[in-house]
Design a protein. Structure first.
Length: 672
């Protein structure tokens, strides 16, 4: 078979690995990226970037301080009006995101939230008149905006947001105010210095009644001078764990007045006299969050795939230890322990990508329903995306850290790109909903299912993802096939959901309130949500591999990845699967053997599998994960960019360290 990444002059170990491919990497690339068009455009965009020196960084950005990084991003931002019409003439959203990712990488840039949050919020929450007024300007970047929801005192708990928007019928205006310190908006990306408009989520108050959080469109800076408008205090929140090119900001209001029509009015409305008209469904406000979470899942899958690409390529180059005396050192990738660390990350990246695609499909179904006046799918969609957001971000963080550690000392260097990647991804465990809270959101949905089962009544909803709750599983499980493993995982999920529900009801039976019982049953509720989310991912991956149109060779390698993923999940959940005797110890050992067999079959394809993700050098941002494998000479070259290397002797050396050494020497000599 053909690996299209083979080129003359590459590291011979990588070339040898690529020649072992049993499948066509181009075919697998199209399957992972979603379409041949997507692959073609990604490559065209990267080629355009390489031919545009003004878009490139003067030095690797790791050697810039924070202000220099932000200025560099603004410099490139100013060039977009010149380049975007050339590289993305039709304004295709996916192509724009690829172009921005290539130019700015993943550390943040001034249009990040503008494209990912502000524009979708206008599209999905503004009425037709508002869209006509705001969308053309937003798409043309006539202003830059963000999405301000999280506050200093509250994030995930939307009901407790404190910023108020009080309606004044005399002037037909809303008065935005931050009544406390904790009401300050805190964390929104691009808020600190970039944006002059923002979506603000505030408590809508009209005629003395608080209607809870609603979105408003608010100007915060003058479009010409860029100074903050009267009634607004805005700025940057300072350095963070990662994504430090992004100007995450704070925002406070002091009785700022905005027009009534600056409330998004596709769903809820406020009439001129202050009469509030509620949305068709009281959970429609979750729509924007669901959109972002569905988008996040695929993004996280790609981040994990990037880490696996770096670590597997480097593991094929790095040689360490003689297994057979005199035979020379072996590739680190030949050790089963290294394969066990890294190849499951490849499988998980595929599983998360497929789950993310299906979630996007469900989101489109939700939008279609909204247009027809129905939000019936929203409770399950909210539960699924909440569980996936938590489980996927958690496992991606673990996978990136495993990949970093698998690269030894060089993985700890910024040259690997892995510390920066981890810093980018780990924030996803918190933003758009803290992970533990997200699992409990999913659990609320599951408790309703459990209540229907225990009461013997028909549920108000049933779908492909929840049908297994209403089927009695076989007394003894069988994990000889991925489908059998899924059935066992479904059995465990059903048991854990009923266990959590029973514990919740038992606590309530002692006289405690539902809220107190919920907190005391939290660990079991989390376990149930995790188990259910796992079944969702496994089911979608099985269905994808079963129905995918691919050559036998490509399908075979996908089947190996599926088995590795499914049986790895079985081992991860072995305690739950063994608990009630549904599986025996021999079943778990059989699953473990399946993992070892999958590792053995996948080992010759390891490098080709990560090549097929098709990440370019800009996306990987890694010296040790280079396509050509020339790692060591480029590590030396990379280090020369350090500002400490500009002078052989640093200007302040003799003032401090040098003086201290000389003083110590003088002290020794004086004693002679």
């Amino acid at each position: 078979m053909v690996n299209s990444y083979i080129q003359p002059g590459d590291n011979p170990d990588l070339t040898a690995e690529r020649r072992q491919a049993t499948f066509d990497t181009e075919e697998l690339t199209v399957l992972f990226q979603g379409s041949a068009r997507s692959v073609k455009r990604r490559r065209e965009i990267y080629d355009y970037y390489q031919r545009s020196p003004d878009l490139q960084d003067p030095v690797p950005v790791d050697f810039l301080d924070r202000v220099e990084k932000y200025e560099n991003a603004q410099r490139k931002m100013a060039l977009l009006t010149k380049h975007v019409p050339k590289v993305v003439p039709d304004g295709n959203f996916e192509d724009l995101m690829n172009f921005f990712s290539t130019v700015f990488q993943q550390d943040g840039f001034p249009l990040g939230l503008h494209n990912s949050m502000l524009i979708p919020t206008i599209e999905n929450n503004a009425d037709d008149e508002q869209k006509r007024e705001w969308l053309p300007k937003a798409r043309a970047n006539a202003f830059i905006g963000t999405y301000a929801q999280t506050e200093l005192g509250h994030g995930t708990n939307l009901r407790k947001l404190e910023t108020t928007a009080t309606y004044d019928p005399n002037t037909e205006e809303f008065v935005l105010h931050s009544p406390t310190v904790t009401a300050s908006k805190w964390w929104p990306g691009n808020l600190g210095k970039s944006s002059n408009f923002t979506v603000v989520v505030a408590r809508l108050i009209s005629k003395g009644k608080d209607y809870g959080p609603h979105p408003f469109f608010v100007q915060i800076r003058d479009p010409v001078t860029h100074k903050s408008v009267p009634g607004v205090t805005v700025g940057d929140i300072g350095p963070k764990f990662g994504i430090n090119t992004n100007d995450n900001g704070f925002l406070r209001f002091d009785h700022l007045r905005i027009p009534r029509r600056n409330m998004f009015m596709k769903n809820a409305k406020v009439q001129p006299d202050g009469t509030y008209i509620p949305p068709v469904h009281d959970k429609l406000a979750y729509g924007s969050m669901v959109y972002v979470r569905s988008f996040m899942i695929r993004g996280m899958a790609h981040h994990l795939a990037q880490a696996a690409t770096v670590a597997i390529r480097y593991s094929a180059i790095r040689r360490q230890g003689e297994v057979t005396p005199g035979a020379g050192e072996v590739q680190v990738l030949d050790y089963q322990t290294q394969q066990y660390r890294l190849l499951p990350q490849v499988a998980r990246a595929w599983a998360f990508e497929i789950a993310g695609r299906y979630t996007r499909y469900l989101y489109q179904e939700f939008l279609s329903g909204i247009d027809k006046g129905s939000a019936a799918i929203l409770p399950e969609l909210h539960a699924v995306t909440s569980g996936l957001k938590s489980l996927v971000t958690h496992h991606v963080c673990l996978g990136i850290e495993q990949s970093r550690m698998a690269c030894g000392g060089h993985g700890y260097s910024a040259a690997s790109g892995l510390p920066q990647l981890y810093g980018i991804v780990v924030g996803g465990c918190t933003y758009e909903g803290e992970n533990m809270v997200m699992l409990l959101q999913c659990a609320r949905f599951l408790v309703k299912i459990a209540a229907a089962i225990r009461k013997g009544v028909a549920p108000g909803f049933k779908s492909e993802a929840t049908a297994y709750f209403f089927v009695n599983s076989a007394s003894n499980g069988n994990v000889s096939t991925p489908s059998g493993a899924l059935a066992a995982l479904e059995h465990a999920s059903r048991r854990l959901t009923l266990l959590a529900y029973d514990r919740l009801e038992a606590i309530k039976a002692t006289g405690k309130s539902h809220n107190i019982a919920w907190t005391e049953a939290g660990v079991d509720l989390r376990r149930a949500a995790t188990a259910h989310t796992r079944t969702f991912i496994v089911r979608q991956f099985i269905e994808f591999v079963k129905t995918v149109k691919a050559t036998p060779a490509t399908k075979a390698v996908l089947e190996d990845l599926l088995k590795l993923y499914v049986y790895y999940e079985v081992i991860e959940a072995d305690g739950d699967l063994l608990f009630d005797g549904h599986l025996k110890g021999a079943d778990i050992e059989a699953a473990r053997v399946q993992i070892y067999e999958a590792l053995r079959r996948l080992r010759p394809n390891a490098v080709s599998l990560v090549d097929a993700f098709d990440f370019n050098e800009r996306e990987l941002n890694s010296v040790i994960g280079r396509r050509d494998g020339h790692v060591y000479e480029n590590l030396l070259k990379w280090a020369q960019n350090s500002p400490l290397n500009k002078n052989d002797v640093l200007p302040f050396h003799h003032k401090y360290l040098g003086k201290a050494m000389i003083d110590a020497q003088d002290g020794l000599f004086s004693k002679l």
